[in-house]
Design a protein around this ligand. Structure first.
Ligand code: SAM
Ligand code: SF4
Length: 333
C-alpha cells in the first residue's frame, strides 16, 4: 500500500476525522445514554491500551486524518488521560485535538489538558436546574460542570462548546436559557437532536425536537444571525449568533436533516472496533491485529477496509431503521 494513500470512501468522501473512545466507563448515568445500573462493562483486558490507541492514531494520521476527538464513556475517568493526550498532540500532521466530556472533572483537569496540547473541549450539559440535572444524569454535579466550563475558558480550551441534547417535555423549556448563555459568555452553545440508541429510557420520534423547531423557538425571542463557517470549523453544526454576542448558537440535526453526504468520520471504540457510521452496527475488529503481532500494513489494511465499507448514509427516517445495539457510551459519541 502507498505509504501516503489517503482514506477516501466509495462515495468520494475524504475521511480525515477520527473519534477515539478511550473508555466505556462513566461517572454519570444520563437517561438517554445508560440505564441506572449502568451497562455491562467491557473487560479491562479488552480495552485498548494507550500505546495501542496511539499506534492506530499515528497510522490514521499518516493516511490523512487531521482531526482527532477523544471521547467515551467519560474520557476524564480513565487514568493517564493527560499523558495520552500529550502523546496524541505530538503526532506530526495532526492539526486538531479535542475532547468531549460531561464536565464533572473538568475543573481539576482543564489546565493540565491545555498544557498537554489539547485545543478545546465540548462539554455536554442538558439542564441548568439542579434537580433536573440530577434527574437527567442521575448525578448531583451541576455545580462542578459549571465550574468546569469557567475553568476551561480560563485555561484557553476555546471555543468552549456546550452540547445540549433536547428532549421534548423534559428540558425543552430551557432552550432559551441555554441560547442566552452565548450572550454573556463566548460559549458556542449547540443544540443536538435526540437520537435513537438502545437505551432503557426508549426513544420516540415525538420526543425529538428538530433543529428547525429549536431555531424557530429562539428566533421568536431574539433573531439569530447566520455565521459563515470558516472551513469546516463547525463540523455538521449550522452556526448562528445574536447581534453583538460574544458566543454562538449552533444546531446539529442528525435526525431531521442528516449530513451523511459530507460525513468525514471514522470511530474507534474502546475495545478496538472501527465503526464507520454512528447508526450502523457494522464493526471491524482492529484489536486482534494489534495483539497478534501484525505489522503496520495489516492495521492500514483494516483502516482502508473500514473506509471502503462506510455506508452512504443512515436510515433513521426510513422504515428499515433499527436502533443501534450499542449505546452512545459504548460507541463513543
Ligand atoms: N461522557 C462524555 C459526555 O457526555 O460528553 C462523552 C461521551 S457521550 C456518549 C458523547 C455525547 O453523546 C454527549 O454529548 C451526549 O449528550 C451524547 N448522547 C448520548 N446519547 C445521546 C442520544 N440518545 N441522543 C443525542 N445525543 C446523545
Ligand atoms: Fe456518561 Fe456521557 Fe453517556 Fe452521560 S452521555 S452517561 S456522561 S457517557
Amino acid at each position: 500500500m502507498d505509504r501516503h494513500a489517503r482514506l477516501i470512501d466509495a462515495y468520494e468522501r475524504r475521511i480525515d476525522y477520527l473519534r477515539i473512545s478511550v473508555t466505556d466507563r462513566c461517572n454519570l448515568r444520563c437517561v438517554y445514554c445508560m440505564p441506572p445500573e449502568g451497562i455491562d462493562l467491557i473487560e479491562s483486558a479488552d480495552i485498548l491500551r494507550y500505546e495501542e490507541l496511539l499506534r492506530i492514531a499515528r497510522i490514521a494520521v499518516a493516511h490523512g486524518v487531521t482531526k482527532i476527538r477523544v471521547t467515551g464513556g467519560e474520557p476524564l475517568v480513565r487514568k493517564g488521560i493527560v499523558d495520552f493526550l500529550r502523546s496524541l498532540s505530538l503526532i506530526d500532521g495532526l492539526d486538531d485535538l479535542s475532547l468531549t466530556t460531561n464536565g464533572v472533572l473538568l475543573k481539576d483537569y482543564a489546565r493540565r489538558l491545555k498544557d498537554a496540547g489539547l485545543k478545546r473541549v465540548n462539554v455536554s450539559l442538558d439542564s441548568l436546574k439542579r434537580d433536573r440535572f440530577q434527574k437527567m444524569t442521575r448525578g448531583d454535579n451541576l455545580r462542578q460542570v459549571l465550574d468546569g466550563l469557567e475553568e476551561a475558558e480560563k485555561a484557553g480550551l476555546t471555543p468552549v462548546k456546550i452540547n445540549m441534547v433536547v428532549i421534548k417535555g423534559f428540558n425543552d423549556d430551557e432552550v432559551i436559557d441555554f441560547a442566552m448563555m452565548s450572550r454573556t459568555k463566548p460559549y458556542h452553545v449547540r443544540f443536538i437532536e435526540y437520537m435513537p440508541f438502545n437505551t432503557q429510557e426508549g426513544w420516540q420520534r415525538e420526543k425529538c425536537l428538530t433543529a428547525r423547531q429549536l431555531k424557530e423557538m429562539i428566533d421568536a425571542v431574539e433573531p439569530l444571525i447566520p455565521v459563515a463557517d470558516t472551513k469546516g470549523a463547525a463540523g455538521p453544526a449550522k452556526r448562528f449568533r445574536f447581534k453583538d454576542a460574544p458566543g454562538e448558537v449552533g444546531f446539529i440535526s442528525p435526525v431531521s436533516e442528516h449530513f451523511c453526504g459530507s460525513c468525514n468520520r471514522l470511530r474507534l471504540t474502546s475495545d478496538g472496533k472501527l465503526r464507520t457510521c454512528l447508526f450502523s452496527d457494522k464493526e471491524i475488529d482492529i484489536r486482534k491485529a494489534l495483539r497478534d503481532g501484525s505489522d503496520d500494513s495489516a492495521i492500514e489494511h483494516l483502516l482502508f477496509r473500514a473506509v471502503a465499507e462506510k455506508p452512504e448514509g443512515h436510515q433513521i427516517n426510513e422504515n428499515v431503521f433499527k436502533k443501534c445495539s450499542r449505546t452512545m457510551s459504548l460507541i463513543g459519541g
